[in-house]
Design a binder for this molecule. Structure first.
Ligand SMILES: Cc1ncc(COP(=O)(O)O)c(C=O)c1O
Length: 371
Protein backbone atom coordinates (compact mmCIF):
# COMPACT_ATOMS: atom_id res chain seq x y z
CA UNK A 1 0.00 0.00 0.00
CA UNK A 2 3.03 2.29 -0.14
CA UNK A 3 2.36 5.46 -2.11
CA UNK A 4 -1.37 5.29 -1.41
CA UNK A 5 -1.22 7.43 1.70
CA UNK A 6 -1.89 11.13 1.41
CA UNK A 7 1.07 13.25 2.35
CA UNK A 8 0.06 16.75 1.32
CA UNK A 9 -1.21 19.25 3.87
CA UNK A 10 -4.89 18.80 3.11
CA UNK A 11 -6.96 22.00 2.92
CA UNK A 12 -10.70 21.56 3.32
CA UNK A 13 -13.15 23.66 1.38
CA UNK A 14 -16.11 24.59 3.59
CA UNK A 15 -19.65 24.71 2.21
CA UNK A 16 -21.93 25.76 5.03
CA UNK A 17 -25.33 24.20 5.56
CA UNK A 18 -28.23 26.51 4.70
CA UNK A 19 -30.46 24.59 7.11
CA UNK A 20 -28.46 24.14 10.35
CA UNK A 21 -30.38 23.07 13.44
CA UNK A 22 -31.77 26.12 15.30
CA UNK A 23 -29.83 26.90 18.48
CA UNK A 24 -32.78 25.90 20.68
CA UNK A 25 -33.08 22.48 18.98
CA UNK A 26 -29.35 21.92 19.33
CA UNK A 27 -29.50 22.88 23.01
CA UNK A 28 -32.29 20.35 23.59
CA UNK A 29 -30.20 17.61 21.97
CA UNK A 30 -27.06 18.53 23.90
CA UNK A 31 -28.98 18.44 27.17
CA UNK A 32 -29.60 14.72 26.68
CA UNK A 33 -27.73 13.48 23.60
CA UNK A 34 -27.91 9.71 24.14
CA UNK A 35 -25.38 7.92 21.99
CA UNK A 36 -25.15 7.94 18.19
CA UNK A 37 -28.66 9.25 17.63
CA UNK A 38 -28.15 12.86 16.61
CA UNK A 39 -25.69 14.26 14.09
CA UNK A 40 -24.17 17.69 13.65
CA UNK A 41 -24.92 20.09 10.78
CA UNK A 42 -21.85 19.21 8.71
CA UNK A 43 -19.67 16.32 7.66
CA UNK A 44 -16.30 15.76 6.04
CA UNK A 45 -15.75 14.00 2.75
CA UNK A 46 -12.57 13.57 0.74
CA UNK A 47 -12.13 11.47 -2.36
CA UNK A 48 -9.23 9.30 -3.38
CA UNK A 49 -8.62 7.86 -6.81
CA UNK A 50 -5.76 5.74 -7.96
CA UNK A 51 -4.85 8.41 -10.53
CA UNK A 52 -5.24 11.61 -8.52
CA UNK A 53 -4.66 10.53 -4.90
CA UNK A 54 -6.60 12.53 -2.30
CA UNK A 55 -8.70 15.45 -3.56
CA UNK A 56 -12.08 17.21 -3.12
CA UNK A 57 -11.60 17.57 0.62
CA UNK A 58 -14.82 19.24 1.73
CA UNK A 59 -16.70 20.10 4.89
CA UNK A 60 -20.28 20.25 3.66
CA UNK A 61 -23.83 19.93 4.93
CA UNK A 62 -24.63 16.64 6.68
CA UNK A 63 -26.69 14.46 4.37
CA UNK A 64 -26.82 11.40 2.11
CA UNK A 65 -23.67 10.23 0.37
CA UNK A 66 -23.70 9.70 -3.37
CA UNK A 67 -22.94 6.00 -3.63
CA UNK A 68 -23.90 3.53 -6.34
CA UNK A 69 -25.58 0.22 -5.41
CA UNK A 70 -22.69 -1.81 -6.80
CA UNK A 71 -20.05 -0.01 -4.70
CA UNK A 72 -17.30 -2.14 -3.16
CA UNK A 73 -18.22 -1.04 0.38
CA UNK A 74 -21.85 -2.10 -0.04
CA UNK A 75 -21.24 -5.38 -1.87
CA UNK A 76 -17.95 -6.62 -0.44
CA UNK A 77 -17.60 -4.61 2.79
CA UNK A 78 -14.45 -2.79 1.74
CA UNK A 79 -14.88 -0.44 4.69
CA UNK A 80 -13.07 0.51 7.91
CA UNK A 81 -13.65 3.19 10.54
CA UNK A 82 -12.49 4.88 13.74
CA UNK A 83 -14.05 6.25 16.91
CA UNK A 84 -12.59 9.28 18.70
CA UNK A 85 -14.05 12.06 20.85
CA UNK A 86 -13.89 15.86 21.09
CA UNK A 87 -13.96 17.16 24.67
CA UNK A 88 -14.87 20.69 25.76
CA UNK A 89 -12.60 22.16 28.43
CA UNK A 90 -13.63 24.69 31.06
CA UNK A 91 -12.29 27.64 29.00
CA UNK A 92 -14.49 26.62 26.05
CA UNK A 93 -11.69 25.17 23.95
CA UNK A 94 -12.16 21.77 22.29
CA UNK A 95 -9.58 18.98 22.44
CA UNK A 96 -9.16 15.39 21.35
CA UNK A 97 -7.27 12.45 22.83
CA UNK A 98 -4.29 10.77 21.14
CA UNK A 99 -5.48 11.26 17.54
CA UNK A 100 -2.15 9.94 16.25
CA UNK A 101 -3.18 6.55 17.66
CA UNK A 102 -6.51 6.60 15.85
CA UNK A 103 -4.87 7.72 12.62
CA UNK A 104 -2.34 4.89 12.91
CA UNK A 105 -5.05 2.33 13.67
CA UNK A 106 -7.12 3.58 10.72
CA UNK A 107 -4.08 3.06 8.51
CA UNK A 108 -3.54 -0.45 9.90
CA UNK A 109 -7.22 -1.33 9.39
CA UNK A 110 -7.11 0.19 5.90
CA UNK A 111 -4.06 -1.82 4.95
CA UNK A 112 -5.89 -5.04 5.90
CA UNK A 113 -8.75 -4.04 3.59
CA UNK A 114 -6.55 -2.72 0.81
CA UNK A 115 -7.81 0.83 1.20
CA UNK A 116 -5.69 3.99 1.01
CA UNK A 117 -5.66 5.83 4.32
CA UNK A 118 -5.20 9.44 5.40
CA UNK A 119 -1.86 10.33 6.94
CA UNK A 120 -1.75 12.03 10.37
CA UNK A 121 -2.07 15.49 8.79
CA UNK A 122 -5.12 14.73 6.70
CA UNK A 123 -6.71 12.89 9.63
CA UNK A 124 -6.19 15.70 12.15
CA UNK A 125 -7.05 18.43 9.65
CA UNK A 126 -10.32 16.67 8.86
CA UNK A 127 -11.32 16.78 12.53
CA UNK A 128 -10.25 20.40 12.87
CA UNK A 129 -12.06 21.43 9.70
CA UNK A 130 -15.28 19.84 10.95
CA UNK A 131 -14.95 21.40 14.41
CA UNK A 132 -14.31 24.81 12.83
CA UNK A 133 -17.97 24.85 11.72
CA UNK A 134 -19.60 22.46 14.22
CA UNK A 135 -17.85 23.47 17.48
CA UNK A 136 -21.17 24.55 19.01
CA UNK A 137 -22.15 20.87 18.91
CA UNK A 138 -19.52 19.91 21.48
CA UNK A 139 -21.49 19.58 24.74
CA UNK A 140 -20.44 21.11 28.03
CA UNK A 141 -18.42 18.53 29.98
CA UNK A 142 -21.02 17.94 32.71
CA UNK A 143 -22.08 14.32 32.78
CA UNK A 144 -19.00 13.44 30.72
CA UNK A 145 -20.64 14.45 27.50
CA UNK A 146 -18.54 14.82 24.38
CA UNK A 147 -18.78 14.94 20.62
CA UNK A 148 -18.15 11.46 19.22
CA UNK A 149 -16.33 11.59 15.88
CA UNK A 150 -16.60 8.78 13.38
CA UNK A 151 -13.96 8.82 10.61
CA UNK A 152 -14.48 6.11 7.98
CA UNK A 153 -13.16 4.86 4.65
CA UNK A 154 -15.31 3.19 2.00
CA UNK A 155 -14.53 1.71 -1.40
CA UNK A 156 -16.92 3.42 -3.81
CA UNK A 157 -16.14 1.89 -7.18
CA UNK A 158 -19.20 0.21 -8.71
CA UNK A 159 -17.89 -3.15 -9.92
CA UNK A 160 -19.11 -6.64 -9.15
CA UNK A 161 -15.78 -8.32 -9.68
CA UNK A 162 -13.79 -8.49 -6.47
CA UNK A 163 -10.83 -6.12 -6.57
CA UNK A 164 -9.48 -3.21 -4.53
CA UNK A 165 -11.60 -0.18 -5.31
CA UNK A 166 -9.68 2.47 -7.24
CA UNK A 167 -12.15 5.04 -5.86
CA UNK A 168 -12.43 5.64 -2.14
CA UNK A 169 -14.24 8.12 0.07
CA UNK A 170 -12.92 9.22 3.45
CA UNK A 171 -15.51 10.81 5.67
CA UNK A 172 -16.07 12.09 9.19
CA UNK A 173 -19.45 12.42 10.85
CA UNK A 174 -20.02 13.68 14.39
CA UNK A 175 -22.59 12.81 17.01
CA UNK A 176 -22.98 14.41 20.44
CA UNK A 177 -22.81 11.71 23.07
CA UNK A 178 -23.61 11.01 26.68
CA UNK A 179 -23.03 7.77 28.54
CA UNK A 180 -22.67 4.74 26.22
CA UNK A 181 -23.68 1.86 28.48
CA UNK A 182 -24.73 2.51 32.06
CA UNK A 183 -21.78 4.63 33.20
CA UNK A 184 -20.13 3.95 36.53
CA UNK A 185 -23.32 3.58 38.47
CA UNK A 186 -24.56 0.48 36.75
CA UNK A 187 -22.30 -2.53 36.24
CA UNK A 188 -23.00 -4.20 32.89
CA UNK A 189 -23.81 -7.92 32.90
CA UNK A 190 -22.11 -9.76 30.06
CA UNK A 191 -22.98 -12.82 28.01
CA UNK A 192 -20.37 -15.37 26.96
CA UNK A 193 -20.56 -16.19 23.26
CA UNK A 194 -19.77 -19.90 23.18
CA UNK A 195 -20.66 -20.79 19.60
CA UNK A 196 -19.77 -17.65 17.69
CA UNK A 197 -16.26 -16.17 17.71
CA UNK A 198 -15.38 -12.62 16.81
CA UNK A 199 -11.94 -13.12 15.32
CA UNK A 200 -9.61 -15.90 14.21
CA UNK A 201 -5.83 -15.76 13.80
CA UNK A 202 -5.09 -14.21 10.44
CA UNK A 203 -8.62 -12.81 10.24
CA UNK A 204 -9.84 -9.26 10.70
CA UNK A 205 -10.14 -9.02 14.49
CA UNK A 206 -7.40 -6.41 14.77
CA UNK A 207 -8.99 -4.22 12.13
CA UNK A 208 -11.81 -1.83 12.96
CA UNK A 209 -14.08 -2.89 10.13
CA UNK A 210 -17.86 -2.81 10.02
CA UNK A 211 -18.04 -6.53 9.26
CA UNK A 212 -16.69 -7.44 12.70
CA UNK A 213 -19.63 -5.63 14.28
CA UNK A 214 -22.25 -6.97 11.88
CA UNK A 215 -21.01 -10.49 12.63
CA UNK A 216 -21.39 -9.77 16.34
CA UNK A 217 -25.07 -8.85 16.08
CA UNK A 218 -26.28 -12.44 16.55
CA UNK A 219 -24.34 -12.93 19.79
CA UNK A 220 -25.46 -9.44 20.86
CA UNK A 221 -29.10 -10.43 20.39
CA UNK A 222 -28.39 -13.55 22.44
CA UNK A 223 -26.83 -11.38 25.15
CA UNK A 224 -29.87 -9.10 25.19
CA UNK A 225 -32.20 -12.09 25.41
CA UNK A 226 -30.32 -13.13 28.55
CA UNK A 227 -30.59 -9.67 30.07
CA UNK A 228 -26.95 -8.74 29.32
CA UNK A 229 -25.55 -5.53 27.84
CA UNK A 230 -22.37 -6.85 26.20
CA UNK A 231 -21.02 -10.02 24.58
CA UNK A 232 -17.74 -11.57 25.66
CA UNK A 233 -15.78 -13.38 22.95
CA UNK A 234 -13.27 -16.21 23.36
CA UNK A 235 -10.37 -17.24 21.15
CA UNK A 236 -11.43 -19.09 18.00
CA UNK A 237 -9.06 -22.04 18.26
CA UNK A 238 -9.61 -23.36 21.78
CA UNK A 239 -12.58 -21.33 23.14
CA UNK A 240 -10.54 -21.01 26.30
CA UNK A 241 -9.01 -17.57 26.34
CA UNK A 242 -10.86 -14.35 27.01
CA UNK A 243 -10.43 -11.90 24.13
CA UNK A 244 -12.69 -8.86 24.40
CA UNK A 245 -16.25 -7.58 24.36
CA UNK A 246 -18.11 -6.72 21.17
CA UNK A 247 -17.07 -3.08 21.47
CA UNK A 248 -14.66 -2.79 24.40
CA UNK A 249 -11.53 -4.32 25.88
CA UNK A 250 -11.64 -6.17 29.21
CA UNK A 251 -9.52 -5.59 32.33
CA UNK A 252 -9.18 -7.29 35.71
CA UNK A 253 -7.89 -5.78 38.95
CA UNK A 254 -6.29 -8.27 41.31
CA UNK A 255 -6.02 -8.35 45.09
CA UNK A 256 -2.22 -7.98 44.76
CA UNK A 257 -2.44 -4.74 42.77
CA UNK A 258 -2.13 -5.93 39.21
CA UNK A 259 -4.10 -4.66 36.26
CA UNK A 260 -4.46 -7.63 33.95
CA UNK A 261 -5.72 -7.61 30.37
CA UNK A 262 -5.57 -10.13 27.53
CA UNK A 263 -2.40 -9.75 25.45
CA UNK A 264 -2.75 -8.49 21.88
CA UNK A 265 -2.43 -11.73 19.97
CA UNK A 266 -3.59 -10.53 16.57
CA UNK A 267 -7.28 -11.07 17.20
CA UNK A 268 -8.01 -8.25 19.66
CA UNK A 269 -8.53 -4.61 18.78
CA UNK A 270 -5.61 -2.42 19.88
CA UNK A 271 -7.73 -0.26 22.16
CA UNK A 272 -6.38 3.22 22.76
CA UNK A 273 -8.17 3.41 26.11
CA UNK A 274 -6.66 0.02 26.99
CA UNK A 275 -3.11 1.20 26.21
CA UNK A 276 -3.64 4.48 28.08
CA UNK A 277 -5.04 2.79 31.19
CA UNK A 278 -2.16 0.30 31.33
CA UNK A 279 0.24 3.24 31.29
CA UNK A 280 -1.71 5.31 33.84
CA UNK A 281 -2.10 2.31 36.14
CA UNK A 282 1.63 1.67 36.19
CA UNK A 283 2.88 5.27 36.21
CA UNK A 284 0.30 7.01 38.40
CA UNK A 285 -1.11 4.29 40.63
CA UNK A 286 1.79 1.90 41.14
CA UNK A 287 -0.12 -1.07 39.75
CA UNK A 288 1.66 -3.78 37.82
CA UNK A 289 0.29 -3.74 34.27
CA UNK A 290 0.08 -7.27 32.96
CA UNK A 291 -0.74 -8.22 29.37
CA UNK A 292 -1.17 -11.98 29.20
CA UNK A 293 -3.64 -14.70 28.43
CA UNK A 294 -6.62 -14.94 30.77
CA UNK A 295 -8.79 -18.04 30.56
CA UNK A 296 -12.50 -18.14 31.22
CA UNK A 297 -11.71 -20.68 33.96
CA UNK A 298 -9.40 -18.14 35.60
CA UNK A 299 -12.17 -15.54 35.51
CA UNK A 300 -14.51 -18.00 37.27
CA UNK A 301 -11.98 -19.12 39.87
CA UNK A 302 -10.46 -15.75 40.60
CA UNK A 303 -13.80 -14.04 41.16
CA UNK A 304 -14.79 -16.92 43.45
CA UNK A 305 -11.60 -16.84 45.54
CA UNK A 306 -11.32 -13.04 45.59
CA UNK A 307 -8.17 -12.75 43.46
CA UNK A 308 -10.04 -10.65 40.87
CA UNK A 309 -11.44 -7.80 42.90
CA UNK A 310 -12.73 -5.72 39.99
CA UNK A 311 -13.60 -6.41 36.36
CA UNK A 312 -14.25 -3.61 33.90
CA UNK A 313 -14.59 -2.85 30.21
CA UNK A 314 -12.86 0.06 28.51
CA UNK A 315 -13.15 1.94 25.24
CA UNK A 316 -13.54 5.43 23.81
CA UNK A 317 -17.33 5.42 23.82
CA UNK A 318 -17.89 3.97 27.30
CA UNK A 319 -14.58 5.10 28.89
CA UNK A 320 -14.70 2.55 31.73
CA UNK A 321 -17.74 0.46 32.61
CA UNK A 322 -17.75 -1.88 35.59
CA UNK A 323 -18.67 -5.43 34.65
CA UNK A 324 -21.29 -7.21 36.69
CA UNK A 325 -22.13 -10.88 36.28
CA UNK A 326 -20.73 -13.06 33.51
CA UNK A 327 -23.50 -15.30 32.22
CA UNK A 328 -23.06 -18.37 30.05
CA UNK A 329 -25.19 -21.31 28.92
CA UNK A 330 -23.94 -23.67 31.58
CA UNK A 331 -22.83 -21.36 34.39
CA UNK A 332 -23.01 -17.88 35.91
CA UNK A 333 -20.10 -16.03 37.46
CA UNK A 334 -21.39 -13.45 39.93
CA UNK A 335 -20.10 -9.89 39.84
CA UNK A 336 -16.72 -9.40 41.52
CA UNK A 337 -18.53 -6.59 43.37
CA UNK A 338 -21.89 -4.85 43.16
CA UNK A 339 -20.62 -1.37 42.43
CA UNK A 340 -17.62 0.11 40.65
CA UNK A 341 -14.43 -0.71 42.56
CA UNK A 342 -11.80 1.68 43.85
CA UNK A 343 -9.34 1.11 41.00
CA UNK A 344 -12.08 1.27 38.37
CA UNK A 345 -13.17 4.63 39.80
CA UNK A 346 -9.66 6.02 40.20
CA UNK A 347 -8.58 5.10 36.67
CA UNK A 348 -11.77 6.46 35.18
CA UNK A 349 -11.41 9.71 37.09
CA UNK A 350 -7.76 10.17 36.10
CA UNK A 351 -8.41 9.43 32.43
CA UNK A 352 -11.44 11.71 32.20
CA UNK A 353 -9.65 14.44 34.18
CA UNK A 354 -6.93 14.40 31.51
CA UNK A 355 -9.45 14.33 28.68
CA UNK A 356 -11.50 17.21 30.07
CA UNK A 357 -8.41 19.23 31.00
CA UNK A 358 -9.05 19.10 34.75
CA UNK A 359 -5.47 17.95 35.46
CA UNK A 360 -2.27 18.76 33.57
CA UNK A 361 -1.66 16.53 30.56
CA UNK A 362 1.93 15.54 31.26
CA UNK A 363 2.13 13.01 28.42
CA UNK A 364 1.10 15.17 25.48
CA UNK A 365 -2.01 13.07 24.90
CA UNK A 366 -4.37 15.99 24.34
CA UNK A 367 -4.43 17.77 20.97
CA UNK A 368 -6.38 21.00 20.37
CA UNK A 369 -9.16 20.96 17.76
CA UNK A 370 -10.74 24.37 18.27
CA UNK A 371 -10.13 27.53 20.36
C1 LIG B 1 -14.09 -4.37 19.46
C2 LIG B 1 -13.56 -3.21 20.22
N1 LIG B 1 -12.62 -3.45 21.17
C3 LIG B 1 -12.09 -2.43 21.87
C4 LIG B 1 -12.46 -1.13 21.67
C5 LIG B 1 -11.82 -0.03 22.47
O1 LIG B 1 -10.94 0.71 21.67
P1 LIG B 1 -10.65 2.24 21.98
O2 LIG B 1 -10.22 2.31 23.40
O3 LIG B 1 -9.56 2.62 21.05
O4 LIG B 1 -11.91 2.98 21.74
C6 LIG B 1 -13.46 -0.84 20.71
C7 LIG B 1 -13.89 0.53 20.49
O5 LIG B 1 -13.42 1.17 19.63
C8 LIG B 1 -14.00 -1.90 19.97
O6 LIG B 1 -14.94 -1.67 19.05
Amino acid sequence: MKGMTATRDAIFETRRSTTPAPAAARARILADPGFGIHFTDHMVTARWTADAGWHDAVVGPFGPLPILPGAAALQYAQQVFEGIKAYRHADGSVWTFRPDRNAARLRASAERFFLPAPDDTLFLNSLRALLAVDHDWVPEPEGEKSLYLRPYLIGTEQFLGVRPSPEVTYGVIASPSGAYVGGLAQPADVWLSEDVVRAAPGGTGEAKCGGNYAAGLGPYAEAKAHGCQQTLFLDAETRTWVEEFGGMNVMFVTSDNRLVTPALTGTILHGITRASLLQLAAEDFGLTAEERRVSIAEWRECVADGTFTEVFACGTAAVITPIGALKARGFDVPAARDTAGEVTRALRERLTDIQYGRVPDTRGWMVPLHD
